[in-house]
Ligand binder design. Structure first.
Ligand SMILES: [Zn+2]
Length: 453
């Protein structure tokens, strides 16, 4: 399709909208971009900008020229895409509502430009031949990147000396891919490309490529009353996060607060509470108390004496029910509910320990205390297995402390609570989770608050 686009004579190239800067006609911000004003969020066309200039060179020697771009003709597939989305009645509302908005709002689904004037990306060519009129253009990332989901399987096969059938079996329904369960996870801003554009590409090919079975989408995570901003240094980003605390702390908070039903907000107070209460007071405390008490009274091996009584049976039943609920939430990809159930399983162990109080029992009935601790040590191993999806490093440390490699899933919970036999040696682990102090919290709050203007 032919269209008008801004060309920079100084830079010798067409400029994509966001490579043009100028003053926002709406709010007067002098660094507005050709697609949007970051200050007032108004959507813009480059020609709206007052005193436009190239963001590459700063040059104002710009002119509007005719250029050609490729389009994905997805408007013509609106009915087919609509039927496909309608058939996904088990998908999250967030996913289908975004797809339907794009399908139906205004004049309905529009064709989408799939080429860009950028100096990085996959060049637009016909096979390995140049494509007249497409010189210097690359494919738009969201046309190009999903195709690589398939291509990476091809690269995997090639790297392992396998033939094409090895990867086609995952991706071609005529080559055995019908039994593949294909799930995508993404933030809501990427949903249109995965519910519409990429399916249009696949369906439009007329070839039997595997379509996604389930799209789990998430709302936005905000930062302390606003948005994360890389340019303003507002918020804590991956490299900084891992500099100050181990990955498990972040994983736990992010997963237990996943923005599933609405946007969620990171605050340092909430993060501190979650780490200190859930990880340190509940999980970490349980592991530490049980192993230290056993070491001091029975030595560093699972004690043998005593039988399980009604308290132990009640705990085993309660944990069994909770493990089945945890599995159901995990299967349904309900991340927050899974985290809450996992925490409930940790809490059940703590409450049991608090209620049977082996340190008191020991004074009058050491055999009974031994049985209680035998169960509790087995719970430590079970917790390691159950917690691995959320806090994998701590889970690995717990298994190592229990000196076992048995991380099999507890299909039978009572049996799983007898894996560590009497006499099995263990070690007392290092403190698994250190608490976040008020001083640290205040320091980080200040450090990641961004540039104040
Ligand atoms: Zn503005």
């Amino acid at each position: 399709m032919s269209e008008s686009q801004v060309y920079s004579n100084t830079d010798g190239r067409f400029l994509p909208d966001r490579y043009i800067e100028g003053t926002c006609p709406n709010c007067g911000y002098d660094k507005a971009r050709g697609d949007q004003c970051e200050n007032c969020t108004k959507q813009l066309d480059p020609t709206d900008l007052i005193e436009p200039r190239s963001a590459i060179s700063g040059s104002t020697d710009l002119e509007v020229r005719e250029t050609k771009h490729l389009y994905l003709m997805q408007a013509g597939m609106r009915g087919q895409l609509n039927d496909w989305i309608d058939s996904k009645d088990n998908w999250p509302i967030l996913t289908t509502s975004i797809a339907r908005k794009w399908l139906n709002d205004g004049d309905g689904l529009q064709d989408r430009g799939i080429t860009r004037d950028l100096d990085w990306g996959i060049p637009v060519k016909r096979g390995d031949q140049d494509w007249p009129g497409m010189e210097g253009k690359v494919f738009y990332v969201w046309f190009d990147a999903p195709i690589e989901y398939i291509a990476c399987a091809g690269e995997w096969a090639e790297a392992h000396g396998l033939d094409d059938a090895a990867w086609q079996r995952w991706w071609r329904t005529d080559m055995g891919a019908d039994d593949v369960r294909y799930t995508q996870f993404m933030g809501k801003d990427n949903v249109p490309f995965h519910t519409l554009s990429f399916p249009a590409t696949i369906l439009g090919s007329g070839e039997p490529w595997k379509l996604v079975d389930y799209i789990k989408s998430f709302n936005y995570l905000n930062y302390d009353g606003g948005q994360f901003s890389t340019s303003q240094g507002r918020g804590v980003f991956m490299d900084q996060a891992l500099d100050i605390l181990p990955p498990d702390y972040w994983r736990w908070w992010l997963l237990s607060h996943a923005p599933e039903s609405s946007d969620s907000e990171f605050t340092w107070e909430n993060f501190q509470t979650s780490v200190n209460k859930d990880l340190a007071d509940v999980l970490g405390n349980f592991v530490s108390r049980v192993t230290k008490f056993c070491r001091s009274k029975f030595g560093e091996a699972v004690p043998e004496a005593g039988e399980f009584g009604p308290d132990e049976q009640a705990l085993i039943e309660s944990v069994t029910t909770r493990v089945r609920a945890y599995e159901a939430h995990m299967e349904a990809m309900e991340v927050r509910k899974s985290a809450a159930e996992l925490r409930g399983i940790w809490v059940a162990g703590n409450e049991y320990l608090q209620s049977v109080a082996p340190w008191t029992t020991f004074k009058t009935d050491p055999d009974k205390a031994a049985a209680q601790i035998r169960l509790a040590l087995n719970l430590v191993r079970l917790y390691a297995v159950l917690s691995a999806p959320f806090v994998p490093d701590a889970a690995a440390d717990m298994l190592a402390a229990m000196q076992t490699e048995d991380d099999s899933w507890p299909d039978d919970v009572p049996a799983a609570l007898e894996v560590l036999k009497p006499g099995h040696a263990f070690t007392v682990p290092e403190v698994a989770f250190a608490k976040i102090t008020d001083e640290q919290r205040e320091d980080w709050q200040e450090r990641f608050s961004g540039v104040r203007e």
